[in-house]
Ligand binder design. Structure first.
Ligand code: SF4
Length: 421
């Protein structure tokens, strides 16, 4: 006997709203498909496109832990991920629903695209996740969703799921919640009380560029303003001790190259957000075309561009670089063949190398091959005497082949020692 559950009725209604007129066959298929899929298959379907979301460095192959049942092994939707504190976990990245009423040009879930969709109810999803969590198949969760009946309504579904996990099932693990376009300020605050991280994807760096990717989203009202709310909420309650003793971090994501924007535009917005609303991290997802979308014939963007954008954003965030330091070409893009720190050093340090035994930390951080830990290690080692050769630097974790052309050791260029390495 077929049981018409709330989930089934809700999914059927969403499917009817979304494409019953345009794709009658797809509607019928959708209507009956959810009935016969079991929960794991539904989860697999909802997670299948989530590699487009670059969260928590979860970009490796999906994990297949030994503790997975054979069915869960087949599903393979849990990704190895690195948390902000460096800890490695298995992270379930998924949607609550792949039904979406918006029509963003680049997105596989856009309304009217003909594919099988699925939806979980909050209680049903929370029970499934806890089963995976208790079998140690998934230690943390990143939960997003397509939008149905408005962003605020969809945000409520995400919040309901998070509440059930935290309050009813006592889940204490890592939780990353997506803030939907159209969410209200009170919902943003509730998400912040439940999550370790919240994200609001800007997708493009400004209003003009967003119009090329997602013409029915409003950059300021739906995306930019919620990012500012997060910081306003933090500042209005500085002593708040959230579920784990602190407010969650905030991240965003851009579709790099999707709107023909320049790296300068992307990094200008990223830099502003890092300085003004404490954005922890910007993720850059190099555009690649999805079949049966309005952008299916647009050329894919070189993944190296994504890599260079990450390098530049880390220089802005952690290394004291300014936008003016970035080696932008005339069209406002970073050169692809050379990393931005090396390009800056070639222009600025080749004739004025840094004296490793006297330089301040901010100058040490400008040397290619010297990272945050390396700069601290140099400062510590200098307390015990001068650093006289590359071997000593190498022991401190410095990449000497990159650093040597741009430094002095006690007044001498160590480049001639490079052959030893
Ligand atoms: S709102 Fe999100 S899920 Fe829906 S089409 Fe746009 S990007 Fe895709």
């Amino acid at each position: 006997m077929i049981l018409f559950t709330d989930l089934y009725l809700e999914t059927m209604w969403q499917a009817f709203l979304l494409y019953s007129f345009k794709y009658p066959l797809a509607f019928i298929e959708h209507m009956f498909y959810n009935l016969y899929m079991d929960a794991i298959d539904t989860l697999k379907m909802l997670s299948s496109q989530m590699e487009l979301e670059h969260a928590e460095e979860s970009r490796g192959e999906p994990a297949k832990p030994a503790c997975f049942t054979p069915k869960e092994q087949r599903a393979a939707f849990v990704h190895p991920a690195q948390l902000p504190n460096g800890k490695q976990i298995h992270l379930l990245k998924t949607l609550l629903s792949s039904a979406c009423e918006r029509d963003c040009f680049y997105c596989p879930f856009r309304a009217g695209r003909d594919f099988r969709r699925a939806t979980f109810r909050p209680q049903e999803f929370a029970e499934l996740f806890m089963k995976l969590h208790q079998s140690r198949a998934a230690e943390g969760i990143f939960l997003s969703s397509g939008i149905a009946a408005g962003g605020a309504n969809t945000q409520n579904k995400i919040l309901d799921t998070a509440e059930i996990l935290r309050k009813k099932f006592g889940f204490r693990g890592y939780m990353h919640l997506k803030i939907m376009p159209g969410a209200e300020k009170g919902q943003v605050e509730r998400a912040m009380q439940l999550a370790d991280r919240v994200s609001i994807n800007l997708e493009a760096p400004n209003t003009e560029r967003l119009a090329k990717l997602a013409p029915h989203k409003t950059f300021i009202e739906e995306l930019f303003r919620p990012l500012k709310w997060v910081e306003e909420i933090r500042q209005s309650q500085p002593s708040y001790k959230g579920w784990n003793g602190r407010w969650p971090s905030t991240v965003t994501q851009f579709v790099a190259g999707g709107a023909d924007e320049s790296d300068l535009e992307l990094l200008t917005t990223t830099d502003w957000l890092m300085k003004n609303v404490r954005l922890k991290r910007a993720y850059f997802s190099a555009f690649h075309p999805i079949h049966d979308t309005p952008m299916e014939n647009k050329a894919a963007v070189d993944p190296m561009r994504e890599h260079r954008l990450y390098q530049a954003s880390f220089l802005l965030r952690d290394y004291g670089f300014d936008l003016e330091d970035m080696p932008f070409t005339q069209n406002g893009n970073l050169p692809l063949p050379t990393d931005p720190k090396l390009a800056w050093a070639q222009m600025n340090l080749s004739e004025k190398p840094v004296e490793i035994n006297r330089a301040e930390k901010r100058d040490l951080l400008r040397i290619p091959g010297v990272g945050l830990k390396g700069a601290d290690a140099i400062l510590l080692a200098r307390r015990n005497g001068k650093l006289r050769d590359l071997a000593a630097l190498r022991k401190l974790g410095i990449v000497v082949a990159r650093a040597a052309p741009f430094l002095l050791m006690d007044g001498r260029r160590p480049v001639s020692q490079l052959t030893l390495f």
